[in-house]
Design a binder for this molecule. Sequence first.
Ligand code: 1HE
Length: 266
Amino acid sequence: MRRLDDLALENIALAVDGDGIADVTLNRPAKRNALDAATIEELIEVFSLLPRAGVRAVVLRGAGTHFCAGLDLVEHHREDRRPEAFMHLCLRWHEAFNKMEYGGVPIIAALTGAVVGGGLELASAAHLRVADASTYFALPEGQRGLFTGGGATIRVADLVGKARMIDMMLTGRVYQGAEAVAVGLCQYLVEGSSEEKAFALARAVATNTPLSNFAICSAISHMQNMSALDAAYAEAVVAGVVNTQPAARGRLEAFANKTAARVRPE
Ligand code: 1HE
C-alpha cells in the first residue's frame, strides 16, 4: 500500500502532526488555488490515503488570501475540451470529493477570501466549514457560460436549498458574513483567523473515538442516499458496531460513576 510519505505532491502541501491532525493546503496561491486536473488527482491521492494513515482530523485550507477560485478556467480554455473529456474530468472531481465526504475522517475547511464555483464544491465536501471576515461564497458559473460539475447540485443544494443555489447561479449573488452562516454555507464565522478556529475544532473532534467519527463522517452521508426505511436499518447496524466499541467503555463508565463532564451550554 502506498504511504503518505510516498506521495509526490506539487499542488498540495501536506503535513501530519504527532496528534494525527493533517494539514492539507491547496498550494497554488499565484493562481488563487484554482483546481486544475493535476490538483484534482492529488486530492484523490491524499484523501484515498488519509483515512488509512491513522489521521484523526483534517484541516483543509488554501495558501494565500483565497481558499479556492474553482475550476482552472485558463487550463479549461487552453485544453478546448470535448464534452466527453470534461465529463471524465468531472468524474475525477467526484472521485476526490466523494473520498472526502465518505472517507470517515473529519475534514474542517478553513475558508478565506474567495470560495467560488468549484472552490465551493470542494468546501461543501468537507464536514465543517469555518469562515472569517474575508470569506465570501459564490457560484459564478452562470456568468462564465458554465455549469457546476463538481457536485454542487448535490452538496451545495443540500447546504443552502435549491432556490438559493439557483439564485446564486443565475444572478451571481455573493454571500458572506452572518448571512453566509444563516443560509448554511458555513457553520462558524470568526472575527479572527478561520485557520486558527479550524485547527481548534480539529483538535477537539480528534478527542472523539475514531470509530464514532468514522460513522459521523461517512454513515450520515450514505444514509442520506437511502430510503428512510433502509437508512433506519443501516443506522441500527452502524450503532450496533459503534455503540458497543471497547473504546467507549471508559467514557460510559465515567458517566455512570459521575466523573464525566455534563452537557451544558457554554
Ligand atoms: C485563475 C482562476 C481560475 C484566478 N482559473 N486561473 N471561477 C471563477 O469564476 C473565479 C475566477 N477568479 C476570480 O474571480 C478572481 O481571480 C478571484 C476573485 C478568485 C481572485 O481575484 P484576484 O484579484 O486576487 O486575482 P486575479 O488577478 O484575478 O488572478 C490572479 C491569478 O490567478 C491570475 O493569473 P496570472 O497568471 O494572470 O497572474 C488569474 O488568471 C489566476 N486565476 N482564478 C485559472 N479560476 C467542475 S466545474 C466548476 C466550475 C467552476 O468552478 S466556475 C467558477 C470559476
